[in-house]
Design a protein around this ligand. Structure first.
Ligand code: GSH
Length: 210
């Protein structure tokens, strides 16, 4: 398999995490320059990473559908998505919330002019959500269950910035997350970030070269 990436990519981090949790280390990672997507486009017909080329020659795009494909193809050591229909829909609802609601404020701040008057409101919204993630962890070690699952893989590459500040990381998007999340992160969320980092130590540090 071949994984197409750019440096610092949180969405690529999701796929790296899923591969690591499945013990799949025989994957070629092709790093493209962030400013030149011609190679990504040539492979996939679009510009965003991650892109996964499978051994069967399929070209997959979009991080969570790629994670779902990895999970369906290698369900061991345990599935990231539950088999039960209701539980699976709950996981998908979390992922849809994360991708289509939670990501809106940081992406909006990233795209805005620095003086945009809407920025404080977006930052406030981002600061309000961690208490909800903390509540999900009230009686279980992972976001939606007793074992690491797709919701954790979806959220960890973003929420980890609540506690991990790498002085060499000058990525603007990461700075937005650090600014909004790192002031007094709630305790169960902090413990979950630590738990997730210990599941895949190689992916816990700076992600510049992921
Ligand atoms: N929905 C896509 C989003 C992918 C995405 O936005 N990737 C970023 C890197 S984390 C990217 O390639 N951005 C390039 C750009 O916006 O030009 C996914 O989850 O994979």
């Amino acid at each position: 398999m071949r994984l197409h990436a750019i440096p610092h990519s949180t969405n690529v981090h999701r796929v790296r995490l899923a591969l690591a949790l499945k013990g799949l280390d025989d994957v070629e990672v092709v790093q493209h320059p962030a400013g030149d997507r011609s190679g990504v486009r040539a492979v996939s017909g679009q510009d965003l990473v991650p892109v996964l080329e499978t051994d069967a020659g399929e070209v997959l795009t979009d991080s969570m559908p790629i994670v779902a494909w990895i999970d369906a193809t290698w369900p061991d050591p345990h599935p990231l998505y539950p088999a039960d229909e209701r539980a699976r829909r709950e996981v998908q609802a979390f992922i849809d919330f994360f991708n289509f609601v939670w990501k809106v404020p940081p992406n909006a701040i990233d795209a805005a002019d620095p003086g945009d008057p809407r920025i404080p409101g977006w930052r406030e919204q981002l600061r309000a959500w961690p208490v909800g993630f903390d509540a999900l962890l009230a009686d279980r070690p992972f976001l939606l269950g007793d074992r690491v699952g797709a919701a954790d893989v979806c959220a960890y590459p973003f929420l980890r910035f609540a506690t991990s500040v790498d002085p060499d990381d000058d990525d603007l998007f990461h700075g937005i997350l650090i600014d909004a999340l790192s002031e007094a992160p709630p305790p169960r969320l902090t413990a979950w970030i630590d738990r997730m980092s210990r599941l895949s130590p190689a992916l816990a540090g700076p992600i510049a070269n992921l």
